[in-house]
Design a protein. Structure first.
Length: 339
């Protein structure tokens, strides 16, 4: 039945906010250098949908129904084995072997190749005073995955400051991470916080069907999110107000999954901060798939989740960070200076 529904749901994508955005007007974004931190550039381009750019990465023809059936059968089998606590085959992985397996499982090789040298275009949409300093909304344009928003929280005073790449949970706008998951507190404590607005991350039918289709095409959405987290680190490293080698990565819920993978791929992060771990088999009770349904990662998830093998210092809290900001700030200050 799910296969029969796939063409119908994909046909409904324009009705639920996935219509491609109009072309960007001439001059609405800066270009030229690898990363440009521009002055105010006026109104941003019309905001693209949560998944329009990702749709552009897919083949123009619908997926073969047989391929979708095979993928769903594979995921169902893995889910049943996971529920039965069946041990996974193969030895534990760590270090470069684990990194290589993650990169392969997420099909990230072509995106990582030349990441530092590849140009970005950044539009500054808004800039406003905030209780901790100021808040800047940026629009990041990447030639390989399209455009996404980045909410930058800058502390008051003179920099440079340590930085944090922050990744929200499913269906959470960047403001949630600012207000509920310690973003504002970190900025108040002297960290530049870059909150990535993850696309196709709504926990809804669109995420479910697009995640299926991207998996069939060999382009897991989760891999695109990890790449966007690495782009955010690149931006902070170039930012005049940030100490380049003191950029941590932090996530809440589904964003914590992205953060953990980003830190495994790029041990240059000063610290990893998480409140959740994943089996990378995000099948909900009603049959929807989250974007972290990636069979290749499920098979190695015990190694990913073994934080004792992390090359990056790790701070792990319970879900929604109940310990608050003080111990996290202490950890981040110490972890950054110890590297």
């Amino acid at each position: 039945m799910r296969v029969a529904l796939l063409p119908v749901l994909l046909a409904l994508l324009p009705l639920v906010g996935c219509r491609p955005a109009p072309p960007c007007p001439q001059g609405c974004s800066a270009a030229g250098l690898t990363v440009i931190q521009s002055d105010y550039l006026g109104a941003p381009c019309p905001d693209s949908s949560p998944c329009a750019d990702y749709l552009d990465l897919l083949p123009p023809t619908p997926p073969d129904p047989a391929s979708v059936t095979a993928l769903e059968a594979q995921v169902a089998s893995l889910h049943a084995a996971h529920e039965a606590n069946t041990p996974l085959p193969g030895p534990p992985l760590e270090g470069e072997a684990l990194r290589a397996a993650i990169v392969e499982g997420l099909a990230l090789g072509p995106l990582l190749d030349g990441l530092d040298a590849r140009p970005l275009r950044i539009s500054q949409a808004t800039r406003a005073a905030a209780p901790f300093g100021e808040e800047i909304l940026l629009r990041v344009h990447d030639p390989l995955v399209g455009a996404f928003n980045l909410l930058l929280l800058r502390p008051a005073g003179e920099g440079p400051f340590p930085g944090v790449v922050a990744l929200p949970g499913h269906a959470d706008p960047p403001s949630y991470h600012r207000d509920r998951y310690l973003g504002a507190e970190l900025a108040r404590a002297g960290f530049v916080v870059a909150i990535v607005q993850l696309r196709n991350h709504g926990g809804d039918a669109v995420e479910s069907e697009l995640s299926r289709r991207m998996l069939v095409a060999g382009r897991p959405v989760l891999g695109l999110h990890v790449y966007e987290a690495l782009l955010a680190r690149k931006i902070l490293r170039w930012h005049a107000d940030v100490v380049p080698d003191r950029v941590a990565v932090m996530g809440h819920s589904g964003g914590a999954e992205v953060a953990a993978l980003a830190a495994r791929i790029d041990p240059g992060f000063a610290a990893l901060v998480v409140d959740h771990q994943s089996a990378y088999l995000g099948v909900l009770a009603d049959g929807r798939w989250l974007d972290d349904t990636v069979p290749a990662l499920h098979r190695i998830h015990p190694s990913i989740n073994d934080l004792g093998t992390s090359e990056t210092p790790v701070y792990q809290d319970a879900y929604e960070y109940p310990r608050g900001a003080d111990p996290l700030v202490t950890f981040l200050r110490g972890a950054g200076r110890s590297r």
